[in-house]
Design a protein around this ligand. Structure first.
Ligand SMILES: Nc1ncnc2c1ncn2[C@@H]1O[C@H](COP(=O)(O)OP(=O)(O)OP(=O)(O)O)[C@@H](O)[C@H]1O
Ligand SMILES: [Mg+2]
Length: 393
């Protein structure tokens, strides 16, 4: 077994050792080297103990805590800082990320969840991809700040392209009110996320498996609720458990999202190992894409885990590719042309990588899949996880 993570707990005024104790995970993977009351005292202990991770506890909005986090991050940017805060005071979450913290947990929260958050923060900093002691498959979150940019198209075609390469792929349709992954893949919803959430009891991989709908390509989908009112049943905590279960039994998990940064989308971004931002080639969409990229940066998401896909990239809208790069601050990794076969393939429930596998659009989605295969191989080599990347057959 690897050495435990050494964590220092720094408590702001208003929190003491006893009040924080019940939230702390008792597992052997995290060793709390010191719990210090008062942030000034904590600063001294921080220099003396050299922990792997700093946990900052505060009871509400605290400039002292922000100052402390800022100092800790500047001192060692490779050491994760996670904040535990009672409630979620206005504006504090944003400030916490701005000063460089890796994550924030609002209390009360279970020790298991806090343990998961700490391990994830450390894993992210180390570029590792483990979260609960076992290696977890890559989780790719498909994002687009605006509706209709091609997120669902990308989720389905990326999923099928990865499955065609022999990987075990799960897709979660997180467009909880108007999810249409099922329609795009021609699937009939018999069991959905809603049914799983309503089933009660603990979630394990076997149970989640029973709620997946299979596609002929091998992709397995956890479909969105069939009615918009069912969306409220899906909590952020439930989603985290679902993701962990699916990542332990598949090679890739793809999450198709609704437009914007809803709480579920933020939680999914937070759990994910990779992001694919889907933008379109018009000035409004580019502006929103830029805002989306900036938001991810504020959340502390590493730039090299974000891929940018520009959809309908051949549209004659008078924006040249160097202008795109100037607006977005980066070049797209993949461009997908407009293709009249795409709406038809969506209507027929057959993804374009199957319906017209020689089309430029299909090639673009296969290239996107290739990018993730390569990233995953690199990550696996780095972490000695090659044996855990399962292949079908
Ligand atoms: N490259 C393209 N060429 C032609 N049609 C496209 C292309 N990309 C997307 N479309 C069409 O645009 C529509 C919207 O695409 P899609 O559903 O994937 O977007 P979305 O981002 O998931 O939307 P929402 O935010 O509503 O979930 C679809 O009906 C699809 O057929
Ligand atoms: Mg969609």
């Amino acid at each position: 077994m690897s050495a435990p993570i050494k964590a220092l707990i720094a408590l702001d005024d208003g929190l003491d050792r006893d009040s924080i104790q019940r939230f702390l995970p008792p597992n052997a993977e995290i060793e709390f080297v010191a719990t210090v009351e008062g942030l000034e005292e904590s600063w001294t202990t921080l220099q003396e103990t050299a922990p792997d991770l700093v946990l900052v506890g505060c009871s509400g909005y605290s400039d002292r805590a922000l100052f402390f986090i800022d100092g800790a991050v500047k001192q060692r940017s490779d050491r994760p800082v996670v904040v535990l805060c009672e409630g979620s005071p206005n504006g504090f979450v944003r400030r916490v990320f701005e000063v460089g913290a890796d994550d924030i947990v609002t209390l009360p929260e279970t020790p298991e969840h806090i343990s998961f958050t700490l391990q994830k923060a450390l894993a992210r900093k180390q570029g590792a991809a483990f979260a609960t002691g076992v290696a977890l498959a890559p989780m790719i979150c498909i994002l687009g700040p605006k509706g209709g940019t091609g997120k669902t198209l990308t989720s389905c075609n990326l999923g099928v392209a990865l499955a065609q390469k022999g990987h075990r792929v799960a897709i979660v349709d997180l467009d909880l009110q108007f999810g249409d992954v099922g329609l795009s893949l021609g699937l009939t919803p018999e069991r959905t996320l809603y049914d799983l959430a309503k089933s009660g009891g603990s979630l394990d991989a076997d149970k989640v498996d029973g709620y997946l709908t299979g596609h002929s390509s091998g992709v397995r989908v956890l479909l969105a609720p069939t009615r918009p009112d069912q969306a409220t049943t899906i909590t952020v905590e439930f989603l985290r458990d679902v993701y962990t279960a699916l990542r332990s039994t598949h090679d890739y998990l793809i999450v198709d999202t609704a437009p914007g940064f809803t709480p579920e989308v933020i939680a999914s971004v937070d759990s994910s190992s990779d992001i694919c931002v889907v933008g379109m080639l018009d000035s409004l969409s580019l502006k929103n894409t830029k805002l989306g990229l900036e938001t991810l940066e504020l959340m502390g998401y590493s730039k090299d885990r974000i891929r940018l896909l520009l959809n309908r990239a051949d549209s004659r809208v008078g924006i040249a590719s160097d202008e795109v790069a100037a607006i977005l601050g980066r070049n797209p990794d993949i461009t997908v042309p407009s293709d009249r076969d795409i709406p038809r393939s969506v209507n027929e429930g057959t993804p374009i990588v199957v319906a017209a596998d020689r089309s430029e659009a299909a090639k673009a989605f296969r290239s996107l899949a290739e990018l993730y295969v390569n990233v995953s191989k690199d990550g696996a080599k780095k972490n000695g996880r090659v044996g855990l990347l399962r292949r079908r057959g």
